[in-house]
Design a protein around this ligand. Sequence first.
Ligand SMILES: Nc1ncnc2c1ncn2[C@@H]1O[C@H](COP(=O)(O)OP(=O)(O)OP(=O)(O)O)[C@@H](O)[C@H]1O
Ligand SMILES: [Mg+2]
Length: 360
Amino acid sequence: MKIKLDHVSMRFGGFYAVRDISISISKGEYLTLLGPSGCGKTTLIKVIAGILRPTEGRVLVDGEDVTGVPLEDRDTGYVFQNIALFPHMTISENVGYSPRARGLSKAAAGETSAEHLELVRMLDRAGMLPGELSGGEQQKIAIARALASGSGMLMLDEPLSALDARVRVELRYDIRRLVKKLGITVIHVTHDQEEAMAVSDRIIIMRAGRIAEVGTPLEVYRDPQTLFAAYFIGETNLLECTVAEKTKAGKTVVRLRGGQTVRAAKSPYAVGDAVVISVRPEHVYPAKGGLEAEVTETVFMGTYWRVRALSETRDYIDYNVPFGEKVPEIREKVHLVFNKKAAKVFARPEKGLEEAIGLE
Ligand SMILES: Nc1ncnc2c1ncn2[C@@H]1O[C@H](COP(=O)(O)OP(=O)(O)OP(=O)(O)O)[C@@H](O)[C@H]1O
Ligand SMILES: [Mg+2]
């Protein structure tokens, strides 16, 4: 099913939880809403699903205006952020509820229920009540119930948040595989950027009720268009500087706070402009002639060490040392260079960096 949001807003009193959102979602697309707590993700997914009626704008499904049509009258599976299973029904009955409501016989609904419980590896709990399961187990049941609804659209609000890391990773692939096989359109809310990168066709990065940026995982990670997205997706080092020079090829040379110049990527900015460069830790390397810095922290991350160093420009710079290579000592002097193509240049926000990347 195709979904279209046309200038959708949701206001509570004088407060806009969602503001002027327009986007088209293709049939079979897996879209995630990613953003900090309180940015309006749950409000937006509820508006799309018909749980909330938007105060402004329209929601269209397959070209039909469904604004205000309640969830129960839609062909939509929904996983609530707070799970919400039917407490007095067994696990099997919970998952078989929609198939039954669709008119399947008790036996056929039971079979559908069993298939989906198998998928989330909870078939052995079929006869239990929701209250007898842990939070994470209930979440798996909620996912099975939504998938068993057989709907053309699936709305998942933080469906994996209560699960342990290993199950979370397994289930995210299971869900994606299944919905892709069935051609279901999915909207998946998460504040876990790694999860968003792993499952999505496209990611909407939300901030304070609005869309900050939209793109494929690769686009938003490799080539963010806003400082907020660069900061929110993945990890990055932000350094305030000014444009010192533009090369013939359009590359930018910037002057850091301490007066040092470094090469950065192409940018539209002119000499003298106040800018910020964003360099991810994996694009920083120790090398001769680099920026001098003193190591302040080293953290073992498994396949690499994360090193933090305070540079002569008074910027903290994070970089990675692959496992097996020599890890610097605390207070050791290192020299750091940036991969110039990966040093993205953004305009320095007038109200300051803090405001531009603030999560509110
Ligand atoms: N019924 C309501 N009445 C008033 N304000 C509300 C209501 N529902 C949500 N809000 C406000 O709207 C904002 C967005 O809330 P929402 O639940 O959509 O955030 P979220 O992005 O899902 O956050 P989280 O990641 O914590 O789940 C919050 O500031 C919240 O207080
Ligand atoms: Mg929420």
